[in-house]
Ligand binder design. Sequence first.
Ligand SMILES: [Zn+2]
Length: 243
Amino acid sequence: MRRVPTTWLLVLLAASSGALQGAKTLDLYFIDTEGGQATLVVAPSGQSLLIDTGYTGFGGRDTLRIAAAAKDAGVKKIDTLLITHFHDDHVGGVANLLDRFPVTTFVDHGPSIETKDYPSAYAAAFAKGQHRVVAAGDKIAIKDLDVTVVAAAGNAIGQQGEPNPNCAGIPRSQSDLESGENSQSVGVVIQFGKFRFADLGDLTWNKELALLCPENKVGRIDLYLTTHHGGDLGHDPAGGDHE
Ligand SMILES: [Zn+2]
């Protein structure tokens, strides 16, 4: 059993249960940013997708943790940086990150609906690379993976799914702050072989409900990263609740 530092958790996944030893794996690093998120996805192709950057400050703590995970993965650049939404615990670390890693493409849902603009450090960052605003239903190109945007800018993916038997009696939340950035989170489903991983950022209750009820538009999920740090405003019981 491989020991991993407590500041990040590594999950290695082979394409099938019968995968041969030495087969290329999808590697997922869940990095502890003490709030917010930083998830490093390394495809079998070696291409990297970083979802969020944790905080700025704390002596560059979160970037150092990301760097430790990247070193373990043999990643020297971030091919795609996805910012789920513009709260400090998700986008704050971007300037520190760029001090250490080149980033090729920056992906987000468009300007913050709270400030009507991009955070200045983030805007300065993406001015040096490629910048893409995604909508629900879009794909994010990572070689060897199928990455589908299922939620962005408050919209859910339009595809119809199977009726969800778990929806009965689940109310919409009255306290859901649908005017806030959490509700705008870019949510993705990352598929490798038959394995499906869902990361919905800080998507709020009612937005998640729109993905799951009355039809389940995201399909079966093998690994679900709890939205909004497991708080009460993200997860709804149909599938599963704020900064
Ligand atoms: Zn947030």
